[in-house]
Design a protein around this ligand. Sequence first.
Ligand code: S3P
Length: 186
Amino acid sequence: MNNLLKGLNIYLVGMTGVGKTTVGKLLAEKLNYRFLDTDFLIETVAKKTINDIFTDEGETSFRDLETQVLAQVSSYTKSVISTGGGIVLKQQNWSYLHYGLIVWLDAPANLLIQRLAEDKTRPLLQEENIALKLLKLQSLSEERKPLYSQADLHILIENNYTPEQIVSEIIEQVPLKIKSSLSMNN
Ligand code: S3P
């Protein structure tokens, strides 16, 4: 697989709580790639949490930082890059994402809510009431689906999938995608 990838970055996109960071770390290990996480880099650059960036400077500032970080990481090679759920919102970000292979990790909102029920670190999901939180997740997911679906690969995650299974699925699918795009270019 590494021969086929030729150092091409892999970007993981998808809804918040889908497991991009966990899967990304594992995938990077398997491929002998560097692991990068845009949310982590944003917090490092801003020297504050994502919640604090949203509160102090607003979502627009966060999105600008996100684009700057993405522009930086896209100059690397041999990296698996986990991105924040909203990275797909800006058209400009796609020009960076397309430097690599974009993998959409897709899970139903009722699976995401199980993971996010107690989470307080996502500024867009601050609802205390679980039913309202689920509604918010569903509406974000519906709104973004047409954007995520522009990814090169779609990995559908079922309830009982382990991160290892998801990584195996990606490793199985990536070469097929690369081969089909190679044959299209010939
Ligand atoms: C966001 C998702 C978060 C983070 C920020 C905004 C979003 O990342 O970037 O809170 O717009 O969906 P995760 O997808 O890692 O939770």
